[in-house]
Design a protein around this ligand. Structure first.
Ligand code: MN
Ligand code: MN
Length: 467
């Protein structure tokens, strides 16, 4: 064997990209950037993917009676999680599954959010953060609010404020450096901005009524009532998410990267959804799951730990061969193979110390195969078996997928989890594969367009050809 074939190659995925492929990469990134700019909540992501799926011939479960080879179906659970399936070979031979998540770290409004600070003459929203954020990253940036309110009479109101050019934005005010020296600057970084300091500035004009105690708050509530027909109590039955305002952008002179909020894990949600929509003649029946609540431990009925996955697979069995009883379902699960489509951390040039560089992912080096997740000592990990890693590696090699390996930080530094371990409970093979991000969980996460494209290719190849 030639010496060059003995050593493992580490290759930048941009190298040797031909003109046509370059066009494909840039074109695919445009669609993704648009999606990322619109889909800033789990509901918006599901709505957007539903729209694209319908354009591509997917039918909602309710409209499907019987399925045959090539049937395209989707399921939506509470508008926050979704499954898309393309019927291929006999379901009893097992399924090819890709699972991503559509929720991202953010700030949620509290149920009684509106208050007035008399000393500062302003009105604000109280928030409770969702998922793992570095709180100091959320101050002094333009913020938008996206969400749903169920009014007193039960009517539904969806609102988005802060995204169009005419809209106002909101913000969380940080302390000026002059006054931080003896106070905030003495705090540790995680305490630099505290949870109860994440209050969103929403106005400051007092109402006309001089007898009112809280005139600024009253004026805000009046405005909200005029514009949306809501009253203060309506916030109790609302899910309003505060997210970074503005569109996702190209990053760099070479426009090789995308910067934007929510790429963990909407980059995998988008690429896996696009992959299943483009699948042709899959060998096995394939399913993409888009879960909610991953960022808070996959709890609740729209998460990867809910019965949604069992309900959908049992439904597929029932529609294709009839039945879908407990034993049949378990047999199908056991024969199935899955990819947990989630992101990994790319080497950050400013903080290389946290990585063991030989095993760390780098942007632009393809989709990351993450054999194990978890933390120090592989606790709470899904650790894919060598046999399965071997199959995935061969599949990617055989189909020209740019891939690399990755580990989430040095041993005993940090770590992280994905939905992989929850799907592994069904005794199916599963491994984490997804692009790497710089500045993960920040308001402006960075990905490489070549990784984006190869993630799409990887998921599509897996869904279509894995057996
Ligand atoms: Mn994730
Ligand atoms: Mn995450």
């Amino acid at each position: 064997m030639a010496r060059k074939d003995i050593k493992m190659k580490v290759k930048c995925a941009w190298e040797g990209v031909k003109r046509q492929e370059m066009r494909n990469i840039m074109e695919f990134a445009k669609g993704y950037r648009k999606f990322l700019s619109i889909a800033k909540t789990e509901r918006e992501a599901i709505a957007e993917i539903k729209k694209i799926a319908e354009e591509k011939g997917f039918l909602p479960r309710e409209k499907v009676k019987k399925v045959r080879k090539g049937s395209k179906i989707y399921w939506i659970n509470r508008e926050k999680c979704m499954a898309l399936a393309v019927i291929g070979g006999n379901v009893m031979d097992g399924l090819n599954i890709v699972a991503a998540h559509v929720d991202s770290p953010r700030l949620d409004l509290k149920q009684k959010p509106v208050y007035e600070d008399k000393d500062a003459c302003v009105a604000l929203f109280k928030t409770h953060y969702y998922g793992g954020i570095k709180k100091y990253q959320w101050v002094n940036i333009p913020l938008a609010i996206h969400g749903r309110i169920i009014r007193k009479d039960g009517s539904v109101l969806d609102i988005v404020v802060g995204e169009s050019d005419d809209d106002p934005v909101f913000t969380i005010t940080d302390l000026l450096p002059h006054l931080a020296r003896e106070t905030q600057n003495k705090r540790t970084l995680p305490e630099g901005v505290k949870g109860e300091e994440l209050n969103v500035l929403i106005g400051h004009v007092p109402s006309d009524d001089e007898d009112e105690k809280e005139r600024v708050k009253t004026r805000i509530l009046e405005l909200l009532n005029e514009k949306y027909g809501i009253v203060e109590e309506d916030f109790v039955s609302a899910e309003i998410e505060v997210v970074p305002a503005g569109k996702a952008r190209d990053v760099g002179f070479d426009k090789s990267m995308i910067g934007g909020y929510g790429q963990d894990d909407r980059i995998c949600a988008y690429t896996s959804a696009m992959a299943i929509m483009d699948v042709k003649n899959p060998i096995r029946t394939c399913v993409v799951f888009l879960f909610d609540k991953e960022e808070i431990g996959s709890e609740s009925n729209t998460s990867a730990q809910s019965s949604f996955i069992e309900d959908v697979i049992a439904d597929i069995i029932d529609m294709s061969v009839g039945g879908g009883d407990y034993l049949t379902l378990r047999r199908v699960f056991t024969k199935s193979a899955a990819i947990s489509a989630d992101v990994n951390a790319a080497v950050n040039p400013n903080y290389k110390d946290v990585h063991e560089l030989m095993n760390a992912a780098k942007i632009g080096h393809g989709i990351v195969i993450t054999k194990f997740t978890g933390r120090g000592g592989k606790y709470s990990a899904n650790d894919a078996h060598a046999e399965y890693v071997g199959k995935i590696r061969k599949l990617f090699n055989d189909h020209g997928i740019a891939w690399q390996v990755g580990e989430l930080g040095k041993v005993d530094i940090g770590g992280g989890g994905t939905v992989a371990k929850y799907l592994a409970r069904y005794n199916m093979d599963i491994i984490d594969c997804g692009p790497s991000l710089i500045s993960m969980h920040s308001p402006f996460e960075i990905t490489s367009k070549v990784d984006l494209y190869h993630s799409y290719l990887a998921y599509r190849t897996f869904l279509e050809k894995f057996k």
